[in-house]
Design a protein around this ligand. Structure first.
Ligand code: AMP
Length: 191
């Protein structure tokens, strides 16, 4: 069983790459952003709550996000491994995930980051916003706030996973194929 955390700033291409990797390595793809958006579309209580944060580009509170993620994992008891996309995004989430996996005699195998410069990513997100319909992609101020959230709360996770010898990064600029290849090279070499 391998469990991979796909790490990177908003717009780095996590979702795009996850689509390829989940098939290639037979992993259950869990994107917390996608799950929140599904709940918003279905107008659930969770969706209504998440929307108030997401529309501003703020992170949804840890307790809500962790509970949701754990129940998604529990809903896939036969999974041969998870590909976490957009989770964890805070140290508390990472600690909760470690504890949760440990309770199942499991663990994170590796964290792989897609690296790209902010200015390229902001342009990418504004471009995506023209077709994605996502309110958080359409306004530069909200996008900048997402980067601030990332820098303050998510970037410290790099040290968290480095301390566990689980952090890898690849250049996130290139064709979709090239980047899948770079990620695969890391995953194929995991012990
Ligand atoms: P994403 O699709 O990963 O870019 O996430 C879109 C938005 O969903 C984020 O800006 C947050 O508001 C919310 N979100 C997604 N994942 C998390 C998470 N792990 N913790 C808190 N908020 C999250």
């Amino acid at each position: 069983m391998i469990n991979i955390v796909l790490f990177g700033k908003p717009g780095a291409g996590k979702g795009t790459q996850a689509e390829f990797l989940k098939t290639k390595y037979n992993l259950t793809h869990l994107s917390t952003g996608d799950i929140f958006r599904y709940n918003i579309k279905e107008n659930t209580e969770l969706g209504k709550l998440a929307k108030t944060f997401m529309d501003k580009g703020d992170l949804v509170p840890d307790a809500v996000t962790i509970q949701m993620l754990e129940s998604e994992c529990n809903n896939n008891p036969d999974s041969s491994g998870f590909l976490f996309d957009g989770f964890p995004r805070t140290i508390s989430q990472a600690e909760a995930l470690d504890a949760f996996l440990e309770s199942k005699n499991d663990r994170i195998t590796a964290t792989v980051a897609l690296e790209a410069e902010d200015e390229i990513l902001v342009k990418r997100l504004l471009e995506r916003g023209k077709t994605s319909g996502r309110p958080d992609d359409q306004d530069e101020e909200k996008i900048r706030n997402r980067y601030q959230e990332y820098n303050e709360k998510t970037a410290p996770l790099m040290d968290y996973y480095k301390a566990q010898n689980k952090f890898h990064s690849v250049n996130g600029i290139g064709s979709i194929n090239e980047i899948t290849e770079r990620l695969s090279e890391v995953i194929n070499n995991l012990k």
